[in-house]
Ligand binder design. Structure first.
Ligand code: IMJ
Length: 256
């Protein structure tokens, strides 16, 4: 029970295929008390039906591209339940056309949108959490990233740029929050079939390549990523900050 009594906010749950859900299951098994954010009033019933499968404190609607939404949620949690021990950021979005067309065609608006939702929302969350003093000492902030930040993967395009921005932001945030004993890290998950992977062309062939080439010869699951997130949230990782931890069956080390 490495998260015993720890209060953790998981931002960006969508459905049972979400990495946020794999994380929630592992966090609950490890004794965490959970809060969630999700997007869209219209998803309320679906999200609450999903969450009814586990014990949790509260789920809030939050558009992470709006700083006011993030602030409202964090203030409500602090007032009603007190301080948090961790925040997991599972939020990314790019316009579909920017994942379909060549990267060179990315519009100014599409470039800004991907960075806004996928990277800046984490910076804003960290800052607001600090400003309203909602983080306990030894709190851990964790985001999710992907290898497309570092290498060219077909179709990842502007999301790769946004993840590079997120990963670099993690290092600067780790420096800013380290003196307050708050840690900031990311898990770089291997490809998983989530709603975010739906409709992406050749996704199955990407999964096949990982299975064939990764040292462990398998793809990763939401729960395996969730275990790594639980480790990053826990005191077991107390000397780790500013890092990108690959949870990808070792795929990223291969040259060919
Ligand atoms: C996404 C696009 C292209 C290749 C991809 C992915 N590969 C993987 C993903 C190889 C693993 C999934 N991923 C890591 C993401 O970060 C996905 C982000 C995403 C997905 C969508 C699809 C629907 C949409 N906008 C999106 N924005 C971000 O409209």
């Amino acid at each position: 029970m490495i998260l015993e009594k720890k209060k953790i906010l998981i931002m960006g749950i969508r459905n049972k295929w979400s990495i946020a859900w794999g994380t929630a299951l592992r966090a609950v098994e490890n004794g965490a008390e959970l809060f969630f954010t999700y997007q869209g009033e219209e998803n309320k019933e679906k999200i609450e039906a999903l969450l009814s499968e586990i014990p949790y404190k509260k789920a809030y609607i939050c558009d992470a591209s709006k700083d006011e939404d993030i602030e409202k949620v964090l203030k409500e949690i602090k007032e009603e339940y007190g301080k948090l021990d961790g925040i997991v950021h599972c939020i990314a979005h790019a316009n579909t056309e920017d994942l379909r067309n060549d990267f060179i065609n990315t519009s100014k608006e599409g470039f800004a949108h991907a960075n806004d939702v996928s990277a800046y929302s984490f910076v804003a969350t960290a800052r607001i959490a600090r400003d309203i003093d909602i983080l306990n000492e030894n709190a851990s902030l964790v985001s999710l990233t992907y290898y497309g930040s570092t290498k060219v993967l077909p179709g990842y395009n502007v999301m790769g740029v946004a993840k590079a921005s997120l990963e670099c932001s993690i290092r600067y945030l780790a420096d800013n929050l380290g003196p307050q004993k708050v840690r900031v890290n990311a898990i770089s998950a291997g490809p998983i079939k989530t709603l975010s992977a739906k409709g992406i062309k050749d996704f199955n062939s990407i999964l096949d390549v990982v299975e064939e080439k990764a040292p462990l010869r398998k793809n990763v699951t939401q729960e395996e990523v969730g275990d790594a997130v639980a480790f990053m949230l826990s005191g077991m990782s107390r000397a780790i900050t500013g890092q990108i931890l690959y949870v990808d069956s070792g795929y990223n080390i291969m040259g060919l």
